[in-house]
Design a protein around this ligand. Structure first.
Ligand code: AMP
Ligand code: GLY
Length: 424
């Protein structure tokens, strides 16, 4: 099978690493590539955010399957364009991608079908938004409606802060994403990320992971794209899984079908596990980053035929096999992230880390300059490890971190603390 992979972050390195192991792959093309992915395939000189360029390349290279990692090309209609050209695509249509691209769309749909989630209001102007805030109680959750790279959510402890958040969004702080604002009730609990594959009809459940969104120790400080992850997680018990499938995932996918926008691809449910069971925080129409990386480390089955079946409506009868081993991931980020940071600093020790038991390093933001591997982003390296227990996986991941020589980088030292605190 000839495959084209779109996206060039840590998530796509993990997907490429996994599918490159498939006996069914004959050629892997990369729409972004990078130092991590390039040894696995052939990098094409195209703009991965340009649907025309991708459709053209997929035709020219006789690609059998396009796998789309990030949400932006899906929001731009890449999957629709590929399907129009009869090229199988792993990823939802632009209409189905609204589950992520419009929080208002997602909230209205979930309310209509009774999915457990926070109560909310949708607003097009600050006066109505502020009046609504005065009928609610703190803390207030204020969200820009559209895609804002994970940054469009402000949790305000007081009314003045919430008013300020509303003003910021309508003033264009998050660009067009903030033309509409959603205000939600605050949910208390622990967060987990759960993933399913679906071709629109059949659902193949994957597994859950937890990530650490905040930059600081103890989950404090500003939000980031994610500073670490691990799987499995004890809070995602069998009962939580069953409730998630029956009350959240299945009704949502049925509703999307009924509304003429069947969902095809991976659906990522961001959940709050509350005392009343799992509640939906958000949907994403892609794998989580860095959750995908730990999930790929635990997947025993060949991923490629299952992604192909997802893209071609032939998922019925398929399932996935998972390792009992745990997997953990520590992000090495550039000093200053998620604020301003330097790029172009040499990175050493990756081969040494990869030689350690259970360790695989994925590249999230690297580049080659003058034959030297250098940092080229905020989140730069993902050090993953597997182990017999979550504790062992985390310990091994930190051994991997110790092997990396990069004075300009930092990581959190407490990845997995919630699980380790629970360990007997
Ligand atoms: P979102 O982009 O909608 O996933 O929100 C980003 C983060 O904000 C989530 O991962 C949660 O930590 C937090 N968050 C969002 N909505 C709520 C809510 N209704 N209650 C509590 N926390 C929330
Ligand atoms: N790790 C959170 C996300 O991918 O949105």
């Amino acid at each position: 099978m000839i495959v084209l992979l779109v996206g060039g972050g840590g998530r796509e390195h993990a997907l490429g690493w996994k599918i490159a192991q498939s006996p069914q792959i004959s050629k892997l093309y990369l729409a972004h590539g990078g130092p991590g992915l390039n040894p696995l395939g052939e990098s094409l000189d195209i703009n991965g955010d340009d649907p025309d360029a991708i459709v053209k390349a997929a035709r020219e290279k006789s690609v059998n399957l396009v796998i789309v990692g990030p949400e932006t090309p899906l929001a731009a209609g890449l999957a629709d364009r590929l399907r129009d050209a009869d090229i199988p695509c792993f990823g939802p249509s632009k209409a189905a991608a609204q589950l992520e691209t419009s929080k208002g769309f997602m909230k209205d749909l979930c309310k209509q079908i009774g999915v457990p989630a926070a109560d909310y209001g949708r607003f097009m102007d600050p006066v109505a938004a502020k009046a609504f805030l005065r009928q609610r109680t703190a803390p207030y959750v204020v969200k820009a409606d559209g895609l804002a790279a994970g940054k469009g959510v402000i949790i305000a402890q007081t009314l003045p802060e919430a008013d300020e958040a509303v003003d910021l969004m309508f003033a264009g702080e998050f660009g067009a994403a903030g033309a509409e604002v959603v205000i939600e009730d605050f949910m208390v609990g622990e967060e987990a990320s759960f993933f399913v594959l679906t071709d629109g009809e059949t659902i193949v459940p994957m597994i859950a992971a937890q990530d650490h969104k905040r930059v600081g120790e103890g989950d404090t400080g500003p939000n980031t794209g994610g500073m670490g992850a691990y799987s499995p997680t004890p809070i995602f018990s069998k009962s939580v899984y069953e409730q998630t499938m029956a009350r959240i995932i299945e009704p949502t996918l049925k509703a999307m079908r009924d509304r003429g926008m069947p969902y095809c691809g991976v659906l990522y449910a961001g959940l709050m596990i509350t005392d009343d069971g799992p509640k939906l925080i958000e949907y994403n129409v892609r794998f989580g980053d860095p959750e995908c990386q730990v999930i790929m480390r635990r997947l025993k089955s060949d991923l490629l035929p299952v992604l192909y079946a997802t893209a071609t409506g032939t998922l019925a009868g398929r399932s996935l096999e998972w390792s009992d081993d745990a997997a953990a991931l520590v992000v090495l980020a550039a000093n200053g992230y998620p604020g301003a940071y330097d790029k172009g600093e040499p990175l050493k020790g990756i081969d040494t880390a990869n030689a350690l038991p259970g360790v695989v390093v994925f590249h999230a933001g690297t580049d080659i300059r003058n034959d030297v591997l250098v940092s080229a982003g905020g989140r730069v390296l993902n050090i993953t490890a597997t182990g017999a227990t979550i504790g062992e996986a985390i310990e091994r991941a930190y051994h991997g971190v110790d092997a990396i020589d990069w004075p300009g980088g930092f990581c959190r030292s407490d990845i997995g603390w919630r699980v380790l605190d629970r360990a007997p």
